[in-house]
Every structure is written in C-alpha cells, then in structure tokens.
Ligand binder design. Structure first.
Ligand code: SAH
Ligand code: SF4
Length: 341
C-alpha cells in the first residue's frame, strides 16, 4: 500500500484530513483486505478507492501450511511477474512472527542457501517489503487465526543491507505509530555481514535488533561457503561489530548453522569462542545455533547429540547460546529454503 498515493487520492476527492487516518487505521491496524470492507467511509468513496488503488503490491499465488500448523509459507507474485516468499511462524502458542524478504533472490550465493542458488533478480521496494506484513495481517483476519502478531524478522530472501534505501524506508513505516506501529525491539534484521549496513543500522535504527549470519569463525571455511567473506572477512566484520557497540548497548545475535563435519567440531567451537572474545562486549553476544535445513545433497545437518555437545561446550565457556528450533521444514519454509518457486 502506497500511502502517498492514498493521501493524494483523498485530497483530489476533497476529503477532510481525518479521512486519511480512518483509511490508514482500517488497512494498517485492522488488516482489511478490500476497500469495500471499510465501513467507516461512504460507499462512493470505497468505490473510488477500489478503482484507483491496490492495497497489496503483489498477488498471493499460493500458501502452504505445515503439518503442525505453526508455519505458513506464502508465494507472492509481484507485478513484474517475479516471485518472492514470506513465512508466518508461531514459535509459541498465540504468538506470530513474520519472516520477510528484502530482495528477489540474493546476489551473495552462500553455499548452503536455496535463495542464493537461484541468483539475484532485483531489490524489493519498501512497499513490497511492508506489504508482506499487510498480507499476514489480512491472513490472520481472513482465517480467524488467534494470537498476536508480535515480531518481524528480515530473514527471508535476500540480503537486506544490499538494499539499504528501501529496507530503511520499510523499517520507518513498520515502526511509524500512524502506520503499522511495531516497536523497534520486535524487529530483527539479519545480514551475512555487510559492514556498512551494520554501521548504518546502529546509527539510524539503534533499537532494531541485529542478527549476523556468522556460521564460520575461520576465514578459509567462511570463504568457501560464504563468498562475501572474501570481500568482507572476519576481521572487517569484527571491526563493524565493535563500531556497532560504540553506538548501541544492545544484544547482537550471531547465527551459526551446524553442518556435519564442516563447522561442528570441538576446534570449531574453540575458534568461535576465540572470535567472540576478540570482538569485545562478550556479554552482549548471543549465539543461535541453527540446524541446517537441507538444500543440497552434499551438506548434512549435525546430529542432535553433536549440536548439544557444541552448545554445552559454549555454555561452559560462558557464551550465551541457544539452539534455535526449526519450523516449517516440511513446507520448505525454513530458513534458507526460500527459493521463490
Ligand atoms: N541474507 C541474510 C538474511 C536472509 S537468510 C543473511 O544471510 O543473514 C536468513 C538466515 O537463514 C541466515 O542466518 C542464513 O544464514 C540462514 N540460512 C541460510 N540457508 C540456511 C539453511 N539451509 N539452513 C539453515 N539456515 C540457513
Ligand atoms: Fe543471501 Fe542470506 Fe542466502 Fe547468503 S544466506 S545467499 S546472504 S539470503
């Protein structure tokens, strides 16, 4: 929904100022999915809006619901025909969290990620990013889904910091009390490690959570699986995190996919601890261990016992660490499985 177009249309139709607030409330707070359902305005105006504006900037193509009903994936067709995916996840009963995309595909091509394999098509606009949130609001209403829509994570397709302009616009709209009104603390942006983006987030959005996809604590391994590491290696990433902490005294989440016999040994755990300690602000670092969701035959997830051992070793060394539960694997809607198909 492009609010500036809405405002212009209302103005051109000589509507009083409060009309915009009424329509914005219906769309952004109440999640109405058609102008016809905005009963606080006249029928004539509803018709006019319907003729001239779309609430969503894409067409929902299909949705898949996981067996446990805690994960829903939607395939969305953009107006230029490109496809993106977004996922709605319920980590706890009655709590819903949206995982949204920031690009069509991704140019960074990480070896373990389905999005990266498909290559890069284009950046999403701020409107296409925030409309994914509108889509889930509308979905909750349509399906009578109980609970609160409480969190947003930029962990769908794409690297958010390679689309800074539109991502920052989308963050402003999501936290604008007159639009979506999410609290900054309920939003997380995940990056494969773009130093410039990490620094900009700290300066412009110090209350938004930062997640960094670390996955490897030695350059040779990180180079191999995450080509971006050749440009921005672990040392550069460390410096950007140090700079982050000079602006924000906030917890940073470090994502670590556990891959069998690749990065799950005791030495890997030791490398990780050493790296974390070298960053500084050790108490503000939180490691999320993620089981690898299969996207290729060559890589395997670590076994649960290895994952537990890895976690316990970190715990014994004072690291804040959790194993993140993976939801939605059966609908290919888990992290890294979003391919836009
Ligand atoms: N491009 C950003 C955000 C999108 S990816 C980033 O990389 O951080 C969201 C998360 O899913 C990242 O932590 C990413 O490393 C992780 N991920 C990618 N492929 C995965 C896979 N096959 N299994 C588990 N996590 C994966
Ligand atoms: Fe892109 Fe993130 Fe996937 Fe890497 S993990 S290819 S950065 S979406």
């Amino acid at each position: 929904m492009d609010v500036s177009l809405l405002a212009k249309l209302l103005e051109d139709n000589n509507q009083p100022k409060f009309r915009l607030e009424q329509v914005k409330k219906a769309i952004f707070q109440d999640g109405v999915f058609s102008f016809e359902n905005i009963t606080t305005i006249s029928k004539e105006l509803r018709e006019k809006l319907k003729e001239n504006l779309d609430i969503l900037s894409f067409f929902p193509d299909k949705t898949l619901v996981s067996k446990d009903k805690r994960s829903i994936k939607a395939l969305l067709k953009l107006k230029d025909g490109n496809l993106i995916e977004t996922v709605f996840i319920s980590p706890k009963p009655n709590i819903w969290s949206a995982c949204i995309s920031s690009q069509v595909g991704c140019p960074l091509g990480c070896g373990f990620c389905a999005t990266g394999k498909g290559g890069f098509k284009r950046n999403l606009t701020a409107e296409e990013i925030t409309d994914q949130i509108l889509y889930w609001k509308q979905y909750m209403k349509k399906k009578g889904l109980a609970g609160v829509f409480s969190n947003i994570v930029y962990m769908g397709m794409g690297e958010p910091f390679l689309n800074w302009e539109e991502v920052s616009k989308s963050l402003r709209n999501l936290t604008d009390p007159d639009l979506f009104g999410f609290s900054s603390r309920s939003i997380s942006v995940s990056t494969a490690g773009i130093p410039e983006g990490i620094e900009k987030l700290a300066m412009k959005f110090p209350q938004i959570n930062l997640a960094v996809s670390l996955h490897f604590s030695a350059d040779e391994k990180r180079d191999k699986f995450m080509p971006i590491n050749k440009k921005h290696n672990l040392e550069k990433l460390k410096n950007s995190l140090r700079s982050y902490f000079t602006h924000c005294n906030r917890k940073v989440f470090l994502e670590y996919i556990l891959l069998e016999n690749v990065n799950d040994s005791l030495e890997d755990a030791q490398d990780l601890i050493k790296y974390l300690k070298s960053i500084g602000n050790f108490h503000l670092l939180h490691v999320n261990l993620i089981r690898y969701n299969s996207t290729s035959d060559k890589l395997k997830p670590s076994s649960s016992s290895v994952a537990r051992e890895f976690k316990n070793y970190l715990l014994r060394n004072g690291v804040n660490v959790t194993i993140r539960k993976s939801l939605g694997e059966d609908i290919q809607g888990a992290c890294g499985q979003l391919a836009g198909r």
